[in-house]
Design a protein around this ligand. Structure first.
Ligand code: 4AZ
Length: 246
């Protein structure tokens, strides 16, 4: 009887500690049904980075997630709130990274187009998202999601997390990063909230459009360093042209 009580108390403690709102960084659990364009880019079957569903055959991610690695190492999981099981898993057939990735700064043009071996079955929890045509205004709210760490240098989360951040104006982001921000980047932050390691390649969505792809930052939720994202509106001509080449 005593053993049962100890077990019960231990499991209750475990469950309640998992319920703490210390997710993505400063976020909460979200269902794939509310961010159905979110995908997990897997390397040898393990979550490696986020990705975004563009169409049945195409997902987008960050170039630093695929950097020079061959397609056979990768697959994509969609339609599941958990990065380790459920939904659909489809193998990658081709990866095209931005030719100017890492040219101006280490993370310039941090975007790659991924073609899948077979079509995704679209439906509940599996949907594409349109690309933004113009960059959102500073202070616009945007939602970022992923299976990344809940703190700087921490472990990834197996359940999907998300949080709301605000677009930061270019000049103030420039001064935070001492000029290392190019036009193909856009910054976003909120006190105690941020994307983090393992969220890279995932979506930043504002007003129903994909405005950013998680790229980098100094630490996570650091008050002086916003999260930096590939600026989808600026990169849209490259994305469209590259998909036509596939
Ligand atoms: C990373 O290492 C990473 N705070 C991604 C996003 C941010 C920081 C680090 C933004 O993948």
């Amino acid at each position: 009887m005593l053993v049962q009580w100890i077990l019960l108390i231990c499991s209750a403690a475990l469950i309640s500690s998992k319920g703490l709102p210390e997710r993505i960084v400063g976020g909460q659990s979200v269902s794939i049904l509310s961010v159905p364009w979110q995908a997990s880019l897997q390397m040898y079957g393990d979550h490696h980075c986020g990705a975004v569903i563009y169409s049945e055959k195409i997902v987008l991610t960050a170039a630093h997630c695929t950097e020079r690695k061959p397609p056979y190492m990768f697959s994509v999981r969609v339609g599941s709130s958990n990065s380790g099981f459920g939904g659909q898993v489809v193998k990658v057939s081709q990866i095209l990274e931005h030719e100017a990735f890492g040219k101006t700064f280490a993370e310039s043009n941090d975007i790659a187009v991924i073609q899948l071996q077979r079509n995704l079955i679209m439906g509940f929890g599996v949907r594409s998202i349109p690309l933004a045509d113009s960059s959102p205004q500073p202070r616009s709210l945007a939602f970022v999601s992923g299976w990344g760490s809940i703190e700087s240098y921490g472990k990834g989360s197996t359940t999907l997390l998300g949080t709301t951040v605000a677009i930061v104006d270019r000049d103030s982001c420039m001064s935070s990063y001492r000029g290392g921000i190019s036009k193909d980047m856009i910054c976003a932050s909120a006190p105690g909230k941020d994307s983090c390691g393992g969220d890279s390649g995932g979506p930043l969505v504002s007003d129903g459009k994909l405005v950013g792809i998680v790229s980098f930052g100094r630490g996570c939720a650091h008050s002086e360093y916003p999260g930096v994202y590939a600026n989808v509106a600026e990169l849209k001509p490259w994305i469209v042209k590259t998909i036509q080449r596939l």
